[in-house]
Ligand binder design. Structure first.
Ligand SMILES: [Zn+2]
Ligand SMILES: [Zn+2]
Length: 111
């Protein structure tokens, strides 16, 4: 998380969805739940994609286009669903801070 933040300060990072990221390390039922638990919020967030203000309906699994090894969860709306939205995109700054690694366990209560 710290690494991704410091990169974000230098350049405008681009992200893309990873379509097949079904492997879960915790017992969260959805990726949006995983994101919420680790951000300690019950609020349904807005879509984290830059310039989009729709309500998020699911958690998308994304990677930094320059550094694909680490997968993160970020909230997305139906327009930016992983299965249909294949373009690269930017994520709102305040949501970059809130991105949660798919392997994060502490906030899920699974450590
Ligand atoms: Zn979880
Ligand atoms: Zn959106």
């Amino acid at each position: 998380m710290k690494t991704i933040l410091s990169i974000a300060k230098r350049i405008r990072m681009e992200f893309k969805h990873i379509e097949d990221a079904q492997k879960k390390f915790c017992d969260c039922i959805t990726w949006l739940q995983h994101w919420r638990r680790n951000n300690n919020t019950r609020v349904r967030p807005e879509c984290s994609v830059y310039f989009c203000s729709n309500k998020a309906t699911m958690g998308g699994i994304v990677v930094n286009c320059d550094k694909e090894e680490e997968m993160y969860v970020t909230p997305v709306c139906p327009k930016h669903y992983p299965y249909s939205y294949i373009d690269h995109f930017q994520i709102k700054k305040r949501f970059i801070k809130l991105m949660v690694s798919v392997k994060e366990l502490e906030g899920c209560g699974c450590q």
